[in-house]
Design a protein around this ligand. Structure first.
Ligand code: SF4
Length: 392
């Protein structure tokens, strides 16, 4: 199943060379340290330009980031929002993926709000970043800042941690088990990015993982599509749940641009468990296309074949059917039209206006319920040990 190329098969239909789409060669083994200084990490993030709010640049975390990329040109900006020429679509579509790797933004998170969730986590914590160096074709993260949305590092991590700590203290112990967790309040700390990639840039992810070690009533959680061996050294003491996102490798090669190959994410699960993480899986997004059921069955059989018993015992998964978006569809047609052949299926989908006014599309209710039931049945048949926390 493993194919070393995480990019579209041959790059045709894209406007970028494959060198801009691949994170590099094989990831070093679990004993490796300093992966973020490796050539592979530098290929994923060959940072050339850093847009920085002055206070963010002057902060300890900001100085750490600037020191990591000494060759980068630093551009002062008033705000990490609405940076002319960087955010928004126009003029950027052709350079979208390249911008994601070559540009960083440093800012301070002004709004510190923790929102209730109830599905993936009990709470969505204010993240320590926004944006991503990877470029999954279905990703909703860039919508708020425009599609060429590179990583914004929030440098006031101390305030973010203090906010989360206060929120946890206010909850008291969790007295009623729920599907998020039996005992701990679960805080999603990576809603708008990928914490594994953030850890290539600075210590925000390490600070989050370390902070949750001290909070016995809570647990951090984040989804990832990138295997960063540096996280193995953080000693989370069971207080961080890492959720490796999985989809059939053929879909992933087409849609998960710049990410670690699916087989590599699965192969990393035991290492992360042994390093002190709780390891769950996100079976998402589920993309309904010809042959999807066979492809998922094969993926589930692969999980069943390779995951050791200790991983299975504690594993659980979320299932999330694809939600797409008309604006994203139109942007993707400009750089990755082959992705849209499977993502944009009007005959199966219906439109839904979201709270922020965007026109989202999702599988029609009947088709979606049928697909969810089919996926549940596939899990029961091929990986019966995998508890599904929820599916929608
Ligand atoms: S890894 Fe996650 S945040 Fe990054 S582009 Fe893919 S879906 Fe978006």
């Amino acid at each position: 199943m493993h194919d070393p190329s995480p990019a579209p098969d041959d790059g045709s239909g894209t406007l970028f060379g494959l060198d801009a789409l691949t994170p590099g060669g094989p990831v070093p083994g679990p004993t490796a340290t300093g992966f973020r200084d490796s050539p592979a990490a530098r290929r994923l993030l060959p940072v050339r330009e850093i847009h920085a709010e002055p206070a963010a640049a002057a902060s300890p975390r900001g100085r750490q980031v600037l020191a990591r990329f000494p060759g980068a040109r630093v551009v002062e900006v008033d705000s990490h929002w609405r940076i002319p020429g960087l955010h928004g679509n126009e003029g950027n579509v052709e350079r979208w993926v390249r911008i994601k790797g070559e540009t960083l933004v440093l800012g301070e998170r002004k709004t510190l709000t923790t929102r209730p969730n109830g599905r993936s986590a009990d709470w969505i914590a204010p993240g320590a970043s926004n944006g991503c160096a990877m470029a999954c074709a279905y990703c909703y993260v860039p919508r708020r800042k425009g599609y060429a949305n590179p990583v914004t590092v929030f440098t006031n991590i101390d305030r973010i941690l203090a906010h989360i700590g206060r929120h946890i203290a206010r909850q008291g112990p969790k007295t009623e088990p729920n599907q998020c967790d039996d005992q701990a309040w679960v805080y999603d700390v990576g809603e708008n990015g990928d914490c594994s990639v953030d850890a290539l840039i600075c210590d925000n992810t390490a600070d989050l993982v370390h902070a949750f070690r001290q909070w016995p009533t809570a647990k951090a959680s984040f989804a990832t599509k990138f295997v960063n061996p540096d996280l193995l050294a953080l000693d989370p003491c069971g207080r961080t749940r890492i959720r490796f996102s999985l989809m059939p490798p053929d879909d992933s090669r087409l849609l998960d641009v710049r990410t670690s190959p699916v087989a590599e994410r699965i192969a990393a699960a035991a290492d992360f468990l042994d390093a002190g993480y709780e390891v769950h899986f996100n079976l998402s997004p589920v993309v309904v296309r010809p042959g999807w059921e066979g492809a998922w069955a094969e993926l589930l059989r692969h999980l069943d074949d390779v995951l050791p018993e200790r991983v299975r015992r504690q594993a659980a998964a979320e299932v999330i059917m694809l939600t797409h978006n008309r604006e994203l569809h139109e942007v993707n047609l400009g750089w990755h039209p082959r992705a849209e052949e499977v993502l944009w299926r009007p005959e199966l989908q219906e439109a839904k206006r979201s709270e922020n006014g965007a026109l989202n599309v999702r599988y029609r209710a009947g088709a979606k319920a049928e697909a969810v039931a089919r996926l549940r049945a596939l899990v029961a048949e091929h990986a019966p040990w995998l508890r599904l926390r929820y599916a929608f």
